[in-house]
Design a protein around this ligand. Structure first.
Ligand SMILES: *Cc1c(COP(=O)(O)O)cnc(C)c1O
Length: 223
């Protein structure tokens, strides 16, 4: 199936989810996750009108950028190894996986401009998932204040890996409530509006719960 056709289907589902909860669909940005697909398929996504692309490996990102250039808005969504920061940090527009102070320190050393970062939160409490425990996020944000290359723009999570829709919804709802709490505390001077949550299998729930960025691989660009 062509990416354009899949995109229409996803957009319809986003519209329906927004309608169910009274959200404006313009608040939701689709990030096409191209990690599994060829350069040609990623190019097809761009041709279909997709502006935001996501990659989760450093080398994959560099390879795709070589072909697609810097016209797309690039999101790094995977765990970023400290030693690879210098290779990619000035080539991305958003980092979705800020999850430790040592990473922030390395970014501070290597970035030549402020980098838009989302803090990855482990809402599922599964050990295998990366991200900071909910209760540590506020302290983490306070510690990040000293880094002037870290511009915190939101939170990211991956929901529990389960068929249980209530459990998935709980993960997304917790991210939203954490965002609300942080905004109330007025810890940040910059807008803190993004919630990066929802993938192929659960983006409709994520949109209902307030996602502003959904990261879609398989069901959008999958071949
Ligand atoms: C691969 C990946 C996605 C997209 O997953 P799909 O299920 O293929 O939509 C989203 N977020 C992260 C962090 C990923 O690694």
């Amino acid at each position: 199936m062509k990416v354009v056709d899949k995109l229409v289907d996803i957009q319809n589902k986003i519209d329906a989810s927004c309608e169910r909860v009274g959200r404006d669909k313009s608040e939701v940005t689709i990030i096409a996750v191209t990690k599994y697909v060829s350069n040609e398929r990623a190019f097809e996504a761009v041709e279909a009108g997709i502006v935001h692309l996501g990659e989760n490996y450093e080398d994959g990102l560099l390879m795709k950028q070589e072909v697609l250039g810097d016209k797309p808005i690039w999101h790094f969504i995977g765990t970023l190894q400290t030693k690879k920061v210098k290779k990619i940090i000035n080539k991305i527009d958003y980092l979705h996986s800020l999850d430790r102070l040592s990473l922030a320190e390395e970014i501070q050393k290597r970035a030549d401009h402020p980098i838009k970062c989302l803090i990855q939160v482990n809402t599922s409490e599964e050990d295998s998932k990366h991200g900071i425990a909910k209760e540590n996020v506020i302290g983490f944000i306070q510690e990040l204040q000293k880094y002037d290359t870290i511009e915190i723009v939101g939170l990211m999570t991956m929901a529990a890996f389960t068929e249980d829709k209530d459990e998935i919804r709980r993960c997304f709802r917790e991210l939203k409530s954490l965002q609300t709490e942080i905004i109330k505390l007025e810890l940040l001077k910059t807008p803190f509006k993004h919630l990066s949550m929802g993938m192929s299998n659960d983006f409709e729930i994520a949109v209902e719960e307030g996602a502003t960025m959904i990261r879609i691989g398989t069901s959008l660009v999958g071949e």
